[in-house]
Design a binder for this molecule. Sequence first.
Ligand code: G3P
Length: 219
Amino acid sequence: MKIFLDTAEIDEIRVAARWGVLDGVTTNPTLYAKVGGASYDDVLREICDLVPGAISAEVVADDVDGMLEEGRHFAKLASNIYVKVAMSENGLEAISRFKAEGIRTNCTLIFSSNQGLLAAKAGASFLSPFVGRLDDINEDGMTVIRELAEIKAIHELEAEVLAASVRHPLHVTQAALAGADIVTMPFKVLQQMVHHPLTDKGIAQFKKDWEAAKAALAG
Ligand code: G3P
C-alpha cells in the first residue's frame, strides 16, 4: 500500500521523504490556503521536485472547459502531476477528456462506491473516497473503501482506491485491511503511526541503562 501525505507544507513533505516512506502527495485548495506565501504553481513545482511519486493538483472550475484549462496547465508543470477533479457530471466528462489526452486524474469528493465506479469507468487513475467526512455524518467511511476494493478486484478495474480524509492512525490500519491501494494522510497522522508509548519508553530505558553501564565501567 502506498502512503501519500495530504498537505501542501513543504517542510512536512521534506521530513516524510527523508524517512523513505513517502510515495506521493495530495493537495487541494484548502490545504494550499493554509500554506499561502507562494503561488499554487510554485508550491506544486517544489513538491514535484522533492517527491518523484504522484502529486495531485486540484482544479476549482466547475465547467468542463475550465477544468480542462486548469488541468492542462497543471499537467505541464511536472510529469508526476495528477489532476484532481471533484466528482460531478462535468467532472466525469473532464476526467474522460483528460484520459484521452494522456493526463492522469484523481477523482475527489467520492462518498459512495457508485461514484467511485463511475470515476473508474470515466478513466480516473485514483478514486478518493473521504472516509473521515462520512464518519462525521455517522456513516461508515471505511465501507466505501472496502466496497470499491472489492469492485476493483471483481471487475479488474485499473483505478487505484485512495483513502482520503483520514483523521487518525486507526483509519490507516482499517484502510490497509479494507484493501486501499493508497492512503493519504496529514503529517500528524504519519507521525502518530511512528510512535508507540512502549517504544518511546523502551528507547529511554535502553539509553539510561547504557549510560549506567558506562558509568559503572568508568568506576
Ligand atoms: O484528502 C482529503 C482531505 O484533505 C480532506 O480531509 O479532514 O478536511 O475531511 P478533511
